[in-house]
Design a protein around this ligand. Structure first.
Ligand SMILES: Nc1ncnc2c1ncn2[C@@H]1O[C@H](COP(=O)(O)OP(=O)(O)OP(=O)(O)O)[C@@H](O)[C@H]1O
Ligand SMILES: [Mg+2]
Length: 145
């Protein structure tokens, strides 16, 4: 399926850009006329994905993070978040609720939150090369739209 709209932004893994990415995704999603709840779900999922790049992918350095937003004809929003950082050795383990390598600072719930707030979540990772997260959420068409 070809997207009917698409946008891509690349930014440095600075924590200030977590808010930038979250808001950019919400602005792009606005064309779907989402409810406040739907926008908040999308923002939360983006926040978790981008925070992981900032915190885990580039623990001691700055790197680049790319977010690609796509809109499909069936009202599905697809959000891809990609880094070229350290990668994840065992993705299934990383997706397990409460699993974290972040010590006491983190709760290990990021992937679980992304999964529950979006319809689908795919995680691809190559240790030493980076991680790509792709999540999709279908926005209900509203009466009168
Ligand atoms: N982009 C990434 N690059 C490298 N490792 C990652 C990346 N995203 C997640 N991980 C690994 O997966 C683990 C689980 O991620 P998840 O977001 O579920 O929890 P967390 O980030 O540890 O805690 P929380 O998100 O609740 O603050 C992380 O602790 C980290 O080891
Ligand atoms: Mg996290």
């Amino acid at each position: 399926m070809r997207p009917i709209n698409e946008a891509k932004i690349t930014f440095l893994s600075r924590s200030a850009n977590e808010g930038f990415a979250r808001t950019a995704a919400a602005c792009f999603a606005a064309q779907l006329d989402p409810t406040l709840d739907e926008v908040n779900d999308i923002k939360t999922a983006v926040s978790e994905a981008v925070t992981n790049c900032i915190v885990h992918a580039y623990p001691d350095t700055l790197g680049t993070v790319t977010m690609r937003l796509r809109l499909f004809g069936d009202n599905t929003l697809e959000i891809l978040v990609k880094d070229s950082g350290v990668g994840i050795a065992d993705v299934d383990q990383a997706r397990t609720p409460l699993y974290t390598t972040g010590g006491g600072d983190r709760s290990g719930m990021g992937f679980t939150i992304m999964e529950s707030f979006m319809d689908t979540l795919k995680v691809r990772s190559v240790p030493g090369k980076g991680t790509t997260v792709v999540m999709r959420r279908r926005i209900a068409r509203r009466l009168g739209a």
